[in-house]
Design a protein around this ligand. Structure first.
Ligand SMILES: Nc1ncnc2c1ncn2[C@@H]1O[C@H](COP(=O)(O)OP(=O)(O)OP(=O)(O)O)[C@@H](O)[C@H]1O
Ligand SMILES: CC(C)(CO)[C@@H](O)C(=O)[O-]
Ligand code: BAL
Length: 287
């Protein structure tokens, strides 16, 4: 496995792979890898001849009071895990390499970014689209892999790819969870022992709400049930719990077939997101 830090190094490898007609799988991450990331890498390995994983904590998607500085980083450990998952190339650029100067061009995520995490993190999805656009141009993937833990992110990136005609396929994979249901996340390391023991209440609440909705088709009652479960079983402060149509992220109507039940909850200072994507037929992986 190669570890590359510059765009020009990666360009050479990608050019060569393209000349040889190889398919390229890209797994964008912010590092501090866990099984969620490795599931993306495994899928990329199965479906492509060259697997590139980017590890880059992207400053432009963090707000001024967020955790860019303290975000967990461990490139040595990540390298071992990525290699064991069959990654061929780690692309780990510096901030200066990705953003050599402050240009005047920005990408504005549209309507889908004004709600859920976008409402709580203004500008977050503009930063995500900026870095993802750069990564797509640099790595020229045949397929790019994202996790449904960030369901809103996947929906917005799918819109980017459609609206700006990126010649690639977006693959989105199910959430990988701890044994007690908590969604795996690099930020779980921020939790104290007490907070960690409370955190499974989030997924439990989503399951209860989904079941309630499937029986009574009443979104408000389902959300109230979820919020009550979280407040009764944890010290969590709810940022949002919402039920929307997926992937367009519009209001649920009588015609909606695919639903996103999504939440963001502060457990102590740590903001954890989780969701369930489902239809009346069951939970769905690729929408
Ligand atoms: N538990 C998970 N299951 C499946 N995919 C995941 C999981 N956690 C993260 N991913 C996906 O991995 C990719 C990289 O995510 P990222 O590096 O931000 O990890 P993270 O654990 O989500 O970190 P954070 O603490 O920022 O939420 C994204 O596409 C994300 O959706
Ligand atoms: C897609 C991504 C790697 C862009 O920085 C990030 O938002 C993430 O890890 O989900
Ligand atoms: N996985 C989303 C990256 C972020 O929270 O900034």
């Amino acid at each position: 496995m190669m570890i590359l830090n510059t765009i020009s190094q990666l360009n050479s490898i990608v050019d060569q792979a393209k000349r040889e007609g190889k398919s390229i799988g890209l797994v964008p991450t912010m590092g501090f890898l866990h099984e969620g990331h490795l599931a993306l890498a495994n899928a990329a390995k199965e479906e492509n001849e060259l697997v590139i994983m980017s590890i880059f904590v992207n400053p432009t998607q963090f707000g001024p009071n967020e955790d860019f500085q303290t975000y967990p980083r461990d490139l040595k450990r990540d390298t071992q895990l990525a290699e064991s998952a069959g990654v061929d190339i780690i692309f780990a650029p510096s901030v200066e390499e990705m953003y050599p100067e402050n240009g005047g061009i920005s990408i504005k995520a549209g309507r889908q970014s004004e709600i859920l995490c976008g409402a709580s993190r203004p500008g977050h999805f503009d930063g995500v689209l900026q870095v993802v656009t750069k990564l797509f141009h640099i790595a020229q993937p045949t397929r790019a892999y994202f996790g449904q833990k960030d369901a809103q992110q996947v929906a917005i990136i799918q819109t980017l790819v459609r609206d700006y005609n990126f010649p690639l396929e977006i693959r989105s994979l199910p959430i990988v969870r701890e044994a007690d249901g908590l969604a795996k996340s690099s930020r779980n390391v921020y939790l104290t022992e007490q907070e960690r023991s409370e955190a499974p209440a989030i997924y439990e609440a989503l399951i209860k709400a989904k079941e309630e909705f499937l029986v009574n088709r009443n979104a408000n009652a389902a959300i109230e049930l979820a919020s009550n479960h979280i407040t009764r079983n944890s010290s969590g402060k709810i940022d949002y719990i919402e039920l929307l149509a997926y992937p367009d992220l519009k209001e649920v109507t009588g015609d909606t077939n695919h639903f996103l039940l999504a939440s963001a909850v502060f457990i102590g200072k740590t903001r954890l997101i989780d969701n369930i994507i489902f239809s009346f037929e069951g939970e769905t992986a690729n929408v």
